[in-house]
Design a protein around this ligand. Structure first.
Ligand code: KG4
Ligand code: ZN
Length: 346
């Protein structure tokens, strides 16, 4: 079964085709990130207008990989939320129209659930040049889902069966990366630039020490707003002429603090629930330190639990996981029942 996935929840316009929930045949992403960089953040109206410009060419390019274009797809899957209303509407309305005109079933997908299914993609066309794991996670699994707006620890017992074990009480991990990156005048998007700034650190000297919020709270919840405040307070003490030289230390200590909390809490969930797999998902899963520390610490804890994280390009927003998710949670609805839902929960 070939599913065309469509994703337009934020500033990426994406379309992908996935066969049988695991084989990625095409994956096209257009981003308006560049346009937001001059404002230091996403401007929703600009994002929506760019979505409108890109949606048809992106879908067209994704379908061009198939011999008979849209005639070869069996269904369409679309992100219905959470996200920005203007952006979501573009993908949802395009998907509804194509579903009607091509007479194909339409499956609404929650973007957050979608992220998880990047881990079910095990094969891809050669031209996509993806280093894939080759195996799918076995269930039950503990999932660390970390994106721009969400930080969740989830127990997955079956497809579509999720239990939230822990969540953030305030800011998400991605939000903390983003807000702190902005404070030290890094370029937008801030998360990847915090990572690259951290790599410029020249010595091990601990010039800054940041708190690990809620590390010993006894539950699996997170809180990152205190960390952001601690970061702000340190930056206020730095004379402007010294910021450039100290930015790598600020960035790497921030990254260490975020990764430390995410990893320790996730491993607590692993110890408690004894899953067969540990899955990392969401845009922050692209962070190299998070990927490597989580894998290493899991291995030290129990080397029989499988570790899964998508290739970096499938962590941040794209439509591959929207199509894969629809295969394992195949519930098409009539187009009159499908609406863009900006505040959709997990
Ligand atoms: O999942 P995603 O692409 O969009 C949402 O659904 O929110 O996640 C975006 C988040 C942003 O906060 C971004 O800064 C963060 O993922 N991010 C990273 C890295 N790449 C993306 N954070 C840290 N290190 C990275 N390499
Ligand atoms: Zn996302």
């Amino acid at each position: 079964m070939k599913i065309l996935g469509i994703e337009s929840s934020c500033d990426e316009t994406a379309a992908a085709i996935v066969e049988d929930g695991s084989n990625l045949l095409s994956n096209v992403v257009a981003s308006s990130q560049q346009m937001h960089s001059k404002y230091g953040g996403i401007i929703p109206d600009v994002a929506a207008r760019e979505q409108l410009k890109s949606i048809i060419p992106v879908i067209d390019e994704a379908l061009s990989k198939l011999k008979n274009g849209h005639n070869d797809i069996d269904a369409i899957a679309v992100t219905v939320g959470p996200g920005l209303i203007g952006s979501l509407l573009v993908g949802v309305e395009a998907a509804k129209t194509l579903s009607l005109v091509w007479n194909k079933p339409l499956v609404p997908i929650n973007h957050l659930v979608g992220h998880i299914y990047a881990n079910w993609i095990t094969k891809a066309s050669d031209d996509l040049q993806l280093a894939l794991n080759g195996n799918q996670p076995t269930l039950p699994a503990i999932i660390l889902l970390v994106s721009g707006g969400h930080s969740e620890i989830i127990l997955m017992t079956d497809h579509g069966k999720f239990e939230i074990l822990g969540t953030t009480k305030d800011d998400a991990a991605g939000e903390c990366f983003d807000k702190c990156g902005r404070l030290i005048a890094l370029p937008y998007p801030y998360g990847p630039f915090i990572q690259s700034e951290a790599q410029k650190r020249e010595s091990d000297e601990r010039k800054f020490i940041f708190p690990r919020p809620m590390l010993d709270s006894g539950d699996l919840n997170f809180s990152f707003s205190g960390l952001k405040t601690a970061f702000l307070n340190e930056t206020k003490k730095i004379p402007p002429q010294d910021l450039k030289q100290l930015a790598p230390y600020l960035a790497s200590e921030l990254q260490d603090a975020i990764v430390d909390v995410l990893v320790k809490k996730t491993l607590k969930a692993v110890i408690k629930h004894k899953p067969l797999s540990l899955i990392l998902a969401g845009g922050v899963a692209a962070n190299k330190q998070l990927r490597s520390v989580l894998q290493q610490k899991l291995f030290e804890l129990d080397n029989k639990i499988g570790f899964y994280c998508p290739p970096i390009s499938l962590c941040t927003d794209n439509a591959s996981y929207i199509a894969a998710s629809a295969f394992y949670n195949y519930k098409p609805l009539n187009i009159s029942q499908i609406d863009a839902t900006p505040d959709l929960n997990f």
